[in-house]
Design a binder for this molecule. Structure first.
Ligand SMILES: C[S@@+](CC[C@H](N)C(=O)[O-])C[C@H]1O[C@@H](n2cnc3c(N)ncnc32)[C@H](O)[C@@H]1O
Length: 444
């Protein structure tokens, strides 16, 4: 964690994973689940590739590689549902939620850091916020959140439980020296980690603690370098490392990742992913950060259709009554969740089940999605009063496609389709403007 390192090349990363895999096997770990548990956050497909390399080079018995692959591709494991109180996580939010155990242990660590009482700030952690609502923590709690449908649900749950949390949006300004411990879990990319760490340092009182989850060595070639860059950056913010616990934080496998892996015919155990916990003490004052957000997602609009969260990338107005959802990958589910996948750039329609599409008319897809969401809310939405018959036909066809997608994803999730009964919420994420029935007529 001290000397600064550069990102590993793909070859060096493969060698690192091979050495770790070989050592784990020599140590008796020969099942898919045990290997994933033993290795430092190695992605399931990377593990299988490593086993193939090791078997090819006769470093391990081919039978071991074959047996692990058989376990990995057997779709028999019962799916353990994550926290069902929140909407599904969406891949564009990079939302990996902690396991309940990890949430409790993080909250315990934060209270231990503040033995004489004090205020806790949860930052970018909606799952942890929901967990905290039901626990006897004995501290004032606040939650600094993104403005999206997940936070909306946290708001509702907070109200229903007597408002133990005070909730604020990071877009409304950042808190200053107002917490004795800050728990944050930014998406594992430096363009998120840096601004969020700066905001956390700013929000923390002198002498207080900052707890962050960062990617373990096996997560990707740049994991160790990125972690070190984050620690060096934190030091410049007045934060000094007081504890480092590799692989201490467990995560649920989100539905989008389960679908991505299933598209590659891999069925991992539900809680294989772990993060490294780094704990800092704030020993010097910090300068004010300009903002906590990275520039992503500003141009995406979110619409809820049943449980499916559909994100549509806005574009200029297209003057056409035609719209198609064009497949970008076989079966429509992107088989990876990595931000480095180049296919992500072509997608402008994205579901919470990791289905990606390209459309030449995002505006019309959005109108169709809003009409589906309106139906689910019990209103009959008029997409446009002056549209042509052709346009109405297109809207009806696209709406039917979207409803079918939502039904498929509910089935994949292991639930009975419930589009007509579940209340949907839809809004724009690019601003604080919410979509509602009164804004349902969109000029075409
Ligand atoms: C890896 S997830 C962490 C979820 C956490 N493990 C939990 O269980 O609550 C990253 C989260 O950071 C949130 N996020 C990203 N940028 C943010 C920002 N500027 N302010 C607040 N939250 C942000 C995302 O919406 C997402 O929920």
């Amino acid at each position: 964690m001290i000397a600064s390192r550069r990102s590993l090349s793909q070859v060096a990363f493969a060698t690192l994973i091979d050495n770790l895999t070989k050592a784990a096997i020599m140590d008796g770990a020969t099942s898919f689940a045990t290997l994933l548990r033993r290795l430092p956050g190695v992605y399931p497909t990377e593990l299988l590739a490593s086993l193939d390399r090791l078997a090819d080079r006769e470093v391990i018995e081919p039978a071991v590689a074959m047996s692990v692959r058989r376990q990995a591709t057997a779709n028999g494991a019962a799916v353990i549902e994550g926290r069902s109180l929140l909407p599904l996580p969406h891949p564009l939010d990079y939302e990996w939620r902690f396991t309940p155990d990890a949430s409790r242990s993080l909250l315990n660590r934060a209270t231990d850091l503040t033995p004489n009482g004090g205020d806790l700030l949860l930052f970018g952690t909606p799952g942890l916020a929901v967990e905290a609502l039901t626990l006897p923590i004995g501290r004032r709690l606040s939650f600094l959140a993104e403005n999206n449908s997940v936070t909306d649900r946290v708001f509702a749950l907070n109200q229903a439980t007597g408002e133990p949390l005070s909730i604020a949006f990071c877009s409304a300004g950042l808190p200053r020296e107002s917490a004795d411990a800050v728990l944050l879990d930014p998406p594992w990319y430096l363009d998120f980690v840096r601004p969020m760490l700066a905001a956390a340092a700013h929000a923390c009182r002198l002498g207080g603690g900052v707890l962050i989850s960062l990617p373990p060595d096996g997560a990707r070639p740049s994991a160790e370098a990125d972690r070190q860059a984050a620690v060096a950056f934190a030091y410049r913010l007045g934060l000094e490392v007081i504890d480092y616990s590799p692989l201490a934080i467990g995560y649920e496998t989100p539905f989008f990742e389960r679908n991505a892996l299933a598209a590659a015919s891999i069925y991992p155990p539900p809680q294989w992913r772990r993060g490294d916990l780094v704990v800092f003490r704030k020993s010097r004052a910090t300068t004010r950060p300009s903002s906590a957000s990275s520039s992503r997602r500003r141009d995406w609009t979110e619409v809820g259709i049943g449980r499916m969260r559909l994100f549509i990338r806005e574009a200029g107005n297209v003057r056409s009554d035609e719209a198609r959802l064009v497949s970008l990958v076989d079966g429509d589910i992107l088989p990876t969740v990595s931000r480095r996948d180049p296919r992500r750039r072509s997608a402008n329609v994205w579901t919470s089940g990791n289905r990606v599409f390209q459309t030449d008319n995002p505006q019309l897809i959005l109108e169709a999605a809003i009409s589906c969401a309106g139906e689910a809310m019990g209103s009959s939405v008029q997409p446009s009063l002056w549209g042509t018959i052709r346009r109405r036909e297109t809207l009806e066809r696209v709406a039917a496609e979207l409803r079918a997608l939502a039904a498929i994803e509910e089935q994949e999730e292991g639930k009975t389709p419930a589009i007509a009964t579940e209340r949907s919420v839809a809004w724009r994420t690019s601003s604080t403007k919410y979509w509602s029935r009164s804004t349902a007529t969109i000029s075409g």
